[in-house]
Write a protein that binds this ligand. Structure first.
Ligand code: MN
Length: 141
């Protein structure tokens, strides 16, 4: 309760709506999305504010055009396949090259909020892969 009150008070952008089922099935818990810049042909650069509840992360996935994350709240992780996970804090910037397999999400004990910038969005939508297992997630360094 304290955590969620704290989040809404400190959030920079409105949290938006819970992800619809066709996307939430690729996440391990509740996620909210506020599309600040919707997909279009003019900017070709969708930007969304993504809020993860504690412990929630997405499946392994790839972005054909890449992605940039700007962390605005809470504590989270980013991991590329074959590398150690990075702990993320507000102010961190993560540049994810096209087609690099990765996941991102909250730490077990904190909400996590980032802006997702879909670069080169005309390359196509994310390719969703297998979930991050509890064993992988619970054994991060
Ligand atoms: Mn991603």
């Amino acid at each position: 309760m304290a955590k969620s009150n704290n989040l809404s008070k400190n959030a920079i952008f409105p949290k938006g709506e819970k992800l619809p089922e066709e996307l939430s099935k690729y996440f391990s818990g509740d996620v909210w999305l506020n599309m600040l810049v919707p997909p279009d042909d003019k900017f070709n650069c969708p930007i969304g504010n993504v809020t993860f509840e504690p412990g929630c992360r997405n499946n392994w996935h790839k972005h054909p055009g890449g992605q940039i994350l700007l962390v605005t709240g809470g504590r989270g992780y980013y991991q590329e396949d074959g590398k150690e996970a990075l702990k993320l804090n507000p102010g961190d910037v993560v540049k994810i090259s096209p087609n690099v397999k990765h996941w991102h999400g909250a730490t077990p004990d904190s909400w996590f909020v980032h802006l997702s910038i879909e670069t080169n969005a005309n390359a196509g939508p994310a390719e969703w892969l297998e979930p991050v297992t509890d064993e992988e997630y619970n054994n991060l360094k």
